[in-house]
Design a binder for this molecule. Structure first.
Ligand code: HEM
Length: 477
């Protein structure tokens, strides 16, 4: 007879101190590398372990493909909610947010269906292909125009990502638009993300949350208020005041629902905020990491550029329809996502009684983190796990992000799997190919890239390069 989950033991884990729990593992230099700290702890306590950082509640960390499968497939319905950090409660954002609402919420279901139909379905992706091609071409042109000058690679890529997304949402470029107070939209996005992701004492010690000790929630509230107002004034009001012209974008879709009283204005501005938060950093950081890894490994850089030269030949710019001619570039993106998944810790929360994992009880209210960073480095599945070897993905059909291979899930899995997968797997390789085709990259001051590119990472909302990549594009004939 199966043992009831409640009588199973809790997963093993480090013994915490009174009050602070295991928080000491995560302070100082470790506050920006919880993925690595948890990977080390899993070596001692196993692939299903528990810990208690401060007084935030119990966390269970899953660090092997088999355990990830058990969590994300067998227990998908039980893991239906997410951990809500204190800053996400600013302006009540989390209560109407696609990220934070539980699966049972009708608003979550409606938003997922909207993103699925208008950003992910094959027909809508084909319809918006010209937008991605146009901005990829623009990015390539601007890198060539800056030939010989150092460029902050992530900043340049972010501008293009924001414009691609804003065209799909509003049919306009937003990167260089200004928000209330004169700040550039893209700078405001970076600032909000920075404040959003700073480690916050209110999360470890919820009784301190009302004091907002270091002002994180206040700063995020100010940033979000500007974003909401920007979307409201610049796009929603203007479109509502226009004469019903159809733009075929996402704004048309949500305003039609608003007219039928299915969506409020507040739900719409929060939806747009989430879409920019979800797309911008994840796609930008993947291109930035791929560039850093390629610069660090000149032999791989040569291979990818040789493939571009052979396949795209003398054509000036790469187009999305040609990505299928670039299997090595595809393997570079996949290997980048294995080594440095933008979202290394999938954050879920148990919403039902009686859940178990690997013979351990995982009670209702427990936060579950699936450590994709640890799984991508599991030596039992990945030979030479620390090495950047795009070749491992050549001809590897299993690595299609959707299969049953739980050793590789950079977009998550189950009902809360990333709804932007199909969009991202077109946009990211296209942007990367565009800045590699007919452009050679060097480091400022003639430094040898393989020596001086710094691959240290830093966890914020995504897994960032600790030092943003600064490199020099050199336009080639
Ligand atoms: C390289 C690019 C990207 C990566 C690696 C990535 C990865 C992820 C991951 C790991 C999750 C959590 C999944 C889970 O809990 O199982 C997620 C959630 C999400 N992603 Fe992405 N993402 C990327 C790009 C995008 C894009 C372009 C969009 C825009 C449509 C998007 C929209 C979202 C949304 C809305 C969620 C929350 C879904 C929910 O909670 O129901 N992402 N993403």
């Amino acid at each position: 007879m199966p043992v009831p989950a409640a009588s199973l033991p809790l997963p093993p884990g480090p013994v915490g101190l009174p009050l602070v729990g295991s928080a000491l593992h995560f302070i100082g230099p470790f506050s920006r590398s919880p993925h690595a700290v948890l990977t080390r702890l899993a070596e001692t306590y196993g692939p299903i372990m528990s810990f208690r950082p401060g007084m935030a509640g119990n966390f269970v960390v899953v660090s092997s493909p088999a355990a990830a499968r058990e969590a994300l497939v067998d227990n998908d319905a039980a893991l239906a909610a997410r951990f809500v950090p204190d800053v996400a409660r600013a302006l009540d954002h989390s209560s109407e947010s696609l990220f934070f609402l539980p699966n049972s919420s009708p608003l979550w279901k409606q938003h997922r269906a909207t993103v699925g139909a208008h950003m992910s379905a094959a027909r809508s992706l084909e319809r918006t292909r010209h937008v991605r091609d146009r901005h990829a071409r623009g990015l390539a042109k601007s890198m060539r125009a800056r030939s010989g000058t150092p460029v902050v690679v992530g900043e340049a890529v972010l501008g293009s990502v924001l414009d691609v997304v804003s065209n799909i949402l509003f049919s306009e470029d937003v990167g260089d638009m200004r928000v209330q107070g004169g700040q550039l939209f893209k700078d405001l996005m970076v600032a909000v993300l920075e404040d959003w992701t700073r480690p916050n004492v209110s999360d470890a010690f919820p009784f301190l949350a009302p004091t907002d000790l270091f002002g994180s929630r206040r700063r995020v509230s100010r940033g979000l208020a500007k974003l909401y107002k920007f979307f409201d004034d610049e796009f929603i009001e203007r479109r509502l005041g226009a004469n019903g012209e159809n733009h075929g974008d996402l704004l048309d879709v949500v305003l039609a629902r608003h007219t039928m009283s299915e969506l409020t204005r507040s739900e719409i501005t929060k939806f747009f905020t989430d879409m920019f938060l979800a797309t911008s950093n994840t796609s930008r950081i993947t291109v930035e990491w791929a560039m850093a890894l390629l610069l660090k490994h000149p032999d791989k850089m040569k291979k990818v550029q040789a493939e571009l030269a052979a396949s795209i030949r003398s054509k000036e710019f790469v187009e999305e329809s040609e990505l299928n001619k670039l299997p090595y570039l595809d393997a570079v993106v996949k290997e980048t996502l294995r080594l440095q998944p933008p979202a290394p810790l999938l954050p879920r929360m148990v919403v039902v009684d009686g859940m178990s994992l690997g013979g351990f009880s995982v009670p209702i209210g427990t936060y579950v983190l699936v450590n994709l960073w640890a799984i991508g480095r599991d030596p039992a599945v990945w030979p030479k796990p620390e090495e950047f070897l795009p070749e491992r993905f050549l001809g590897n059909q299993a690595a299609d992000f959707r299969g049953l291979d739980f050793a590789y899930k950079p977009f998550g899995a189950g009902r809360r799997m990333c709804p932007g997968l199909d969009f991202a797997t077109r946009l990211v390789p296209l942007l990367l190919a565009s800045i590699l085709h007919k452009i050679e990259w060097r480091l400022p001051g003639g430094m040898a890239p393989n020596k001086y590119v710094d691959l240290k990472d830093r966890y914020s909302m995504v897994l960032e390069l600790a030092k943003p990549l600064n490199a020099v594009p050199v336009s080639m004939p």
